[in-house]
Design a protein around this ligand. Structure first.
Ligand SMILES: [Zn+2]
Length: 325
């Protein structure tokens, strides 16, 4: 695990980075929010939870009480579309930048050709437009945060970033560490825009080359992790005055053999779930086609952060009916 923080935050000693130790130590000074982070500001806030490789039709068959509850009181589509190819690198790049691969340049998991300098991730856009806002990201698929030479989509401009190597730690445990660290941050620290990535379902399906019981159990575990994060938001002392939008989505579906990358409906179809008071005024799901690039556009719209006009986002906020350009 590595933790990167900007200077105003305190670095976490390596000794505290072991998962269980850190869970226990989170109440200590090493993981406490910075002094300016206690009160929290009222107003619009966004948490985007990305779960890798979850097929919406399989999700519908798995017991996921947390996401079911959020969807019941919010907005949900099981008919959104991801990138071509339906591969993690390009798909996460689109979910985080709001533009298609033709712009961000990522066409596979090598991330070669990436143009994050021209098309930064939405948390980076938030930092540039509203540096007073606090941004956070936690993940266990390292390319999202660790690329050299051109940088990762989760850039060094993000205030606090927790990166755990899922391959090193094991994916179920890594997701648990990511979720627990994120929950700790979200419960008590200043937080305006956050992204939490969970990789276990995708890796489990690949490992077993199926969409069978192991994959379904992994999705159920992700639902519990979502519960930790939502509970953390509700535990915030200023939660009642805050206007949280929780977005949950995935980067691609998959075939029966667990693979993906093609353009079949099973691989290309993704879900988008949105929960929060603001979703009440949104157009109904299905009233227009929705795409993975709409997710960060929605986050930015909710925050009231217009991206630089030159940013050229391809996504459209879900709050809008889609009659724009
Ligand atoms: Zn993926």
């Amino acid at each position: 695990m590595t933790t990167r923080m900007r200077p105003r935050s305190r670095a976490v000693p390596t000794a505290l980075l072991l998962p269980l130790v850190c869970l226990i130590a989170l109440g200590g000074a090493a993981c406490s929010p910075s002094p300016d982070a206690i009160s929290g500001r009222s107003g619009a806030k966004v948490l985007l939870i990305g779960i890798d490789g979850v097929r919406p039709d399989v999700l519908a068959e798995v017991s996921t009480p947390v996401m079911d509850s959020l969807a019941a009181g919010g907005w949900y589509t099981a008919e959104a579309r991801t990138t071509t190819p339906s591969v993690s690198g390009p798909s996460w790049s689109s979910m985080l930048t709001g533009v298609w691969p033709a712009k961000h340049g990522v066409v596979d998991n090598s991330f070669e050709g990436r143009r994050y300098a021209e098309y930064p991730g939405f948390l980076t856009l938030v930092e540039r437009e509203r540096p007073d806002l606090s941004t956070f990201a936690a993940l266990d698929w390292m390319p999202l945060a660790s690329l050299d030479g051109g940088g990762p989509v989760l850039s060094g401009e993000i205030d606090t970033l927790v990166a755990v190597d899922g391959y090193e730690l094991g994916w179920a445990e890594a997701d648990s560490v990511v979720a627990s660290r994120a929950a700790q941050h979200l419960a008590s620290a200043d937080a305006d825009a956050a992204f939490v990535y969970l990789g276990n379902p995708d890796e489990t399906s690949h490992r077993h080359a199926s969409i069978g019981v192991e994959y379904r159990d992994a999705i159920a575990l992700s639902d519990r992790h979502v519960g930790w994060l939502v509970d953390a938001l509700r535990a915030r002392s200023a939660y009642a005055e805050e206007d949280w939008l929780v977005l949950i989505s995935t980067d691609h579906g998959r075939r029966e053999d667990g693979g993906h990358g093609g353009d079949s409906p099973e691989e290309m179809t993704i879900f988008i779930l949105a929960s929060g008071p603001s979703t009440g005024g949104w157009p109904a799901a299905g009233s227009r086609p929705t795409h993975i690039v709409d997710v960060p556009a929605t986050a930015l719209h909710h925050l009231g952060v217009p991206p630089d006009p030159g940013a050229g986002l391809d996504g459209e906020p879900l709050a809008r009916a889609g009659d724009g350009p």
